[in-house]
Ligand binder design. Structure first.
Ligand code: IPM
Ligand code: MN
Length: 359
C-alpha cells in the first residue's frame, strides 16, 4: 500500500519517540513491501520559535494533503507558567484537530501481563482490563468562547455541544462496542451541566439503534473512582472532550506508564495518530523517554488503513520487548535501556519476524 505520512515530531521528547515510530514503520514497509512516504513539518513551540505560529500554514497544508499524520508531542515549560502568552504551543494541536475534523479520539487501555506488578494498583484489580476511551475531540470547553474581563479579574470558558457533534462520535463508539463486549459507558456530569444532559438525551436515543449494546452512565467524579477500583468493568467509555482527557491520563496508572498509551484521532476524512503523553521536557534529548506509545500509535495508523496483520506485528514485537524487560526507565528504574535501543529492538524483532530471537 502507498501511504503519504506527515510526521510532526513537535517539542520535548516528541522528536525522539517519533523517530522510533518511523523506524518501526520502515521495518514494516520493508517486510510487507509497502510504499510509505514520510515528510516532516514543525508544530508547537518549535514552530512558534521558527515562524511565530504554532501551526504554520505549510504544516497544515502537508497534513491536509497526506493520508495520515504521525504526531509526537507539544508543549514547552516557557509557556506553562506564563498565563499572558498570546500564542501557545497547544494551540497548534487544537487547531490541527479542528482543521482536519478529527472529532473522535480513541485511546485503548489494556493491561499487559508482564507489567501488572509494576502498577501501583493491585494485580487482581488490574487483571482483565481492556477498554477503549472514545473522547470527543473538537468541541466542548476546549473550543468554546473564552473571556477575560478588562480588569483581568474574571474569566470564563464556555462548554458548548451540538446534537450533531454528540451523534457522530456516539455512532463510532457504539459500532466499536459491537465488535467488542457490547457495552458503552457514558461519562458526564449530567446532575449539574446542561451540556451533559444533552449528551445523555442524544446518546440514549442513538442507543436504541444498537439493541445488543448495553448503555450505562457514570458521573465523572464516580467514574474516576471506578476506573481505579474496578477498571475491568469498562468496555467502551464515551466522553466529552475535557473529561476524556482527564480519565485517560488516570487510565495510564492501570497499564503502569503513560509512556505506553497510544491514540488515534479520526474524522470523516483525515486521521492523526499520537501518544497520549505530553512533551516531557525534563527528559528531552536524554534518550530516556519511552517510545512505545509513539510506536503503538503507528500500529493504530496501520489498523486505520486495514493493515491489521502489520499492526499486530508491531504489537507483538512491543509485547516481546516488555516481556524481555527491554524497557525505558519509567518501567524499570534499576535496569533500563535508551529510547533508541528500545526502538531498535522492536524494529529488529519485527524484521526477524519470530519470537525465538534472542535478546
Ligand atoms: C492530550 C493533551 C492535549 C489535550 C494538550 C497538549 C492540548 O493533553 O492530547 O491529551 O489536552 O488534548
Ligand atoms: Mn491529555
Amino acid at each position: 500500500m502507498k501511504l503519504k505520512i506527515a510526521v510532526l515530531p513537535g517539542d520535548g521528547i516528541g522528536p525522539e519517540v517519533t523517530k522510533q515510530a518511523v523506524k518501526v514503520l520502515k521495518a514494516i514497509q520493508e517486510l510487507y513491501k509497502h510504499n510509505f512516504e514520510f515528510e516532516e513539518a514543525f508544530v508547537g513551540a518549535i514552530a512558534i520559535d521558527r515562524t511565530g505560529k504554532p501551526l504554520p500554514d505549510e504544516t497544515l497544508q502537508l497534513c491536509a494533503t497526506s493520508d495520515a499524520v504521525l504526531f509526537g508531542a507539544i508543549g514547552d515549560p516557557k509557556y506553562d507558567n506564563n498565563p499572558d502568552a498570546k500564542v501557545r504551543p497547544e494551540q497548534g494541536l487544537l487547531q490541527l484537530r479542528k482543521e482536519l475534523g478529527l472529532f473522535a479520539n480513541i485511546r485503548p487501555i489494556k493491561a499487559y501481563d508482564s507489567l501488572i506488578d509494576k502498577s501501583p494498583l493491585k494485580r487482581d484489580i488490574i487483571e482483565g482490563t481492556d477498554m477503549l476511551i472514545y473522547r470527543e475531540l473538537t468541541g466542548g470547553i476546549y473550543y468554546g468562547e473564552k473571556k477575560l474581563s478588562e480588569d483581568g479579574t474574571v474569566a470564563s470558558d464556555l462548554c458548548e455541544y451540538s446534537q450533531m457533534e454528540i451523534e457522530r462520535i456516539t455512532h463510532l463508539a457504539f459500532k466499536s462496542a459491537q465488535t467488542r463486549r457490547n457495552k458503552v459507558t457514558l461519562v458526564d456530569k449530567a446532575n449539574v451541566l446542561e451540556s451533559s444532559r444533552l449528551w445523555r438525551r442524544v446518546v440514549t436515543e442513538i442507543a436504541k439503534g444498537y439493541p445488543q449494546v448495553t448503555l450505562d452512565f457514570l458521573f465523572v467524579d464516580n467514574a474516576v473512582m471506578q476506573l481505579i477500583l474496578n477498571p475491568s468493568q469498562f468496555d467502551v467509555v464515551l466522553s466529552e472532550n475535557m473529561f476524556g482527557d482527564i480519565i485517560s491520563d488516570e487510565g495510564s496508572v492501570i497499564v503502569s506508564s503513560i509512556g505506553l498509551l497510544a491514540s488515534a484521532s479520526v474524522g470523516n476524512e483525515k486521521a492523526l495518530f499520537e501518544p497520549i503523553h505530553g512533551s516531557y521536557p525534563q527528559a528531552k534529548g536524554k534518550n530516556i523517554a519511552n517510545p512505545v506509545a509513539a510506536i503503538l500509535s503507528a500500529a493504530m495508523l496501520l489498523d486505520h488503513f486495514g493493515l491489521n496483520t502489520e499492526a499486530d506485528a508491531i504489537r507483538k514485537a512491543v509485547e516481546l520487548t516488555l516481556e524481555y524487560n527491554i524497557v525505558t526507565q519509567d518501567l524499570n528504574v534499576v535496569r533500563n535501556f535508551g529510547t533508541d535501543y528500545v526502538g531498535d529492538t522492536i524494529a529488529n524483532s519485527i524484521l526477524n519476524n519470530d519470537d525465538t530471537n534472542s535478546y
